[in-house]
Design a protein around this ligand. Structure first.
Ligand SMILES: Nc1ncnc2c1ncn2[C@@H]1O[C@H](COP(=O)(O)OP(=O)(O)OP(=O)(O)O)[C@@H](O)[C@H]1O
Ligand SMILES: [Mg+2]
Length: 601
């Protein structure tokens, strides 16, 4: 139950709406309870002409200025219609208000969740299951909304209905009341236990559904791989299995539910039957009037059907609890520390790594980086070369402030990176990720990610990234829509759009994580030349596997196993024994051999 507590904070601004809805609901319940009384008086006083002593009857007779209600059946029919209409009218507002409150509450929660997800650290997103996050932001929200919009109101209605109707019935006939409620505990308990038992069935079916949608989602995002490998058959088989599993579990659930609905139907009608039989007996023995009997048959149906429905509500309540819990689980994750009160220095771009070591938190003993010392003066280009897995991307991520070193310091213009406000830092330190991502949208939108730049600036960035000529060749130019992950673009085009995005406003430190790898040698050289010319003041860190890229840098560091094994300029490194020379020789002979058709060794 305390799991629902966080929910109340999102109801902010809607509590009043809920309260008004509750009051109107109470009134509508009141109106529903009047109708059986109208029936009773109609039967006893208008049809039966019993002239039962009753303040309501007296009031009506005075109103109509008559001595007997006999023959005034039309009046009761009219009253019945009026009250039913009033009730409908109220229910309309209850529905409207509770919909507005639940939509609003869930919107608040959705906003909060999205905000939070944006602010979760890089490390969280690197390991997070996207499908699962989407499920929580959508399907869990829906469950919750349904509960807030319908079930919460329904629960209130049932509670009021039971309370009020028992009171009114008691006033009419205590003995009949006892008979009218005698089976309701059984119906309620049956609903309660059944839905508790079946809860796991709901969960199992939900999970099977989630698994099925994951298969579809994965398949669709990886469909190009599937096609390339001709793996359609295998995928269809996996899907078929999950699909059958979902069918079986859903079927099991629905057939269990069929039991419930049939047995509870039987119980409910038994309760109604009991009231009829006992009522007829009491009527024959003169203890109650026919009108009271009619009223009771009405009341008992008002009681049993909602109580039977309670089981469903309890089940949905359980589901809503699970949803809130799942959403809370994300909300309780620590947000990234943006160092919001940190420094906002003018950053020129002098970078210094001082004895930096780093481990990922999943394996703190394993040093991904160790003893890293180097510096880049502003205006310099540093190339980072090294074996795959040697820690180059990790180093770039540290410089962008995604992770903190476990030992040592990273200084920017002599200031410890940790003390600089994060959003400020990222305006000055820009990183092109190793896997460039394009959003679904136009090329303009992809380059101008903040949506603030002038057209001119966008053109200029595209030119610097040497993608401008490619873009104007598209029919729609900069307004070309790049589909999900930019499938309409080539790998090299995507890399250059990502570069254009990074350099659109002048940053002091630019990091390119293997961002030129998909370009041919000529285009690559051109991009590098433009980049250098346009960002003379910036310090540039280029991670690369190609010596041809590294050789033109002011400085080169060579990494192996998380350590810098060599440092210097191309001319020195090319002749010194070590990893650099090895790679250099290899790439030289490799290129040579491609030309002559010999194999390298
Ligand atoms: N989020 C992470 N959690 C745990 N280990 C990680 C994580 N990211 C990377 N690693 C590990 O850290 C090591 C260095 O990875 P990194 O991505 O920095 O290498 P890299 O030099 O950029 O390689 P490549 O040239 O292939 O891009 C690898 O062994 C990798 O398995
Ligand atoms: Mg990498």
């Amino acid at each position: 139950m305390e799991n629902l507590l966080p929910l109340f904070s999102y109801m902010r601004g809607y509590k009043k709406t809920y309260l008004i809805a509750a009051i109107l609901m109470g009134l509508s319940v009141g109106f529903s309870l009047v109708n059986p009384l109208i029936l009773q008086i109609a039967v006893d006083n208008s049809i039966g002409d019993l002239n039962v002593e009753n303040p309501i009857v007296a009031g009506i007779m005075e109103l109509l200025k008559i001595e007997s209600l006999s023959g005034y059946l039309w009046f009761f029919a009219f009253l019945y219609v009026v009250f039913t209409a009033l009730r409908g009218f109220l229910l309309y507002f209850v529905g409207k208000l509770s919909a507005s409150a639940s939509e609003g509450t869930v919107k608040n929660l959705r906003d909060r969740l999205f905000n939070h997800i944006q602010r979760l650290p890089f490390s969280y997103h690197k390991n997070a299951n996207t499908g699962d996050l989407i499920q929580r932001a959508t399907s869990d929200m829906e469950t919750l909304k349904k509960f807030l919009a319908l079930q919460l109101v329904e629960t209130g209605k049932v509670a009021l209905m039971v309370l009020f109707s028992v009171y009114v019935m008691w006033r009419l006939s205590p003995r009949m009341t006892i008979s009218a409620v005698s089976l309701t505990p059984v119906i309620f308990l049956f609903a309660w236990f059944f839905f508790r038992k079946i809860q796991s069935g709901f969960e199992i079916a939900d999970e099977a559904e989630a698994e099925l949608s994951t298969v579809i989602q994965e398949n669709l995002s990886g469909i190009r791989v599937v096609k390339a490998f001709g793996a359609e058959g295998a995928q269809i088989k996996v899907f078929g299995e999950k699909n059958s599993e979902y069918r079986d579990k859903s079927y099991k659930l629905l057939s269990d539910l069929a039991w419930y609905w049939s047995i509870s139907d039987f119980l409910c009608f038994s309760q109604i039957g009991l009231v009829l039989v006992y009522g007829v007996y009491l009527n024959l023995s003169g203890e109650i009037t026919l009108g009271v009997l009619v009223a009771f048959t009405s009341y008992v149906t008002m009681l049993v059907w909602p109580i039977r429905q309670m089981g469903n509500i309890i089940a949905d309540f359980g589901k809503a609890l699970v949803s809130v819990e799942r959403i809370q689980m994300i909300l309780l994750e620590d947000e990234e520390d943006y160092v919001e009160t940190g420094l906002k220095p003018q950053i020129a771009g002098n970078v210094k790594f001082e004895d930096v070591a780093f481990s990922y938190s999943d394996d703190p003993k394993r040093k991904i980086l160790d003893g890293i010392n180097f510096d880049i003066k502003h205006g310099e280009v540093l190339a980072v070369l090294g074996k795959t897995g040697s820690g180059k991307s990790t180093l770039a991520h540290l410089l962008a402030g995604f992770y903190q070193p476990v030992k040592g310091k990273i200084l920017i213009d002599g200031i410890d990176l940790r003390s600089i406000e994060k959003t400020w830092l990222r305006k000055s330190v820009r990183l092109v990720l190793q896997e460039p991502f394009l959003f679904s949208g136009t090329i303009t939108e992809n380059i101008d990610i903040y949506g603030k730049s002038e057209q001119e600036q966008i053109f200029k960035a595209a030119k610097t990234a040497s993608i401008d000529k490619d873009i104007i060749r598209f029919e729609k130019g900069y307004e070309t829509y790049v589909g999900e992950e930019g499938v309409t673009l080539s790998g090299g085009q995507r890399q250059r759009i990502a570069i254009a995005r990074t350099i659109i406003d002048k940053a002091s430190v630019l990091i390119f994580d293997d961002s030129l790898s998909a370009l041919d040698a000529k285009t690559e050289r051109q991009v590098r030349k433009e980049l250098r010319a346009e960002n003379e003041e910036a310090s540039i860190l280029i991670i690369t596997h190609k010596i041809s890229t590294a050789m033109e840098a002011d400085k080169i560091i060579v990494m192996d196993g998380g350590r810098i094994v060599q440092q210097g300029k191309h001319d020195e490194l090319a002749v010194a024994d070590g990893l650099y020379k090895e790679i250099w020789d290899h790439q030289n002979t490799f290129n040579g051999n491609i030309m002559t058709g010999h194999r390298g060794n």
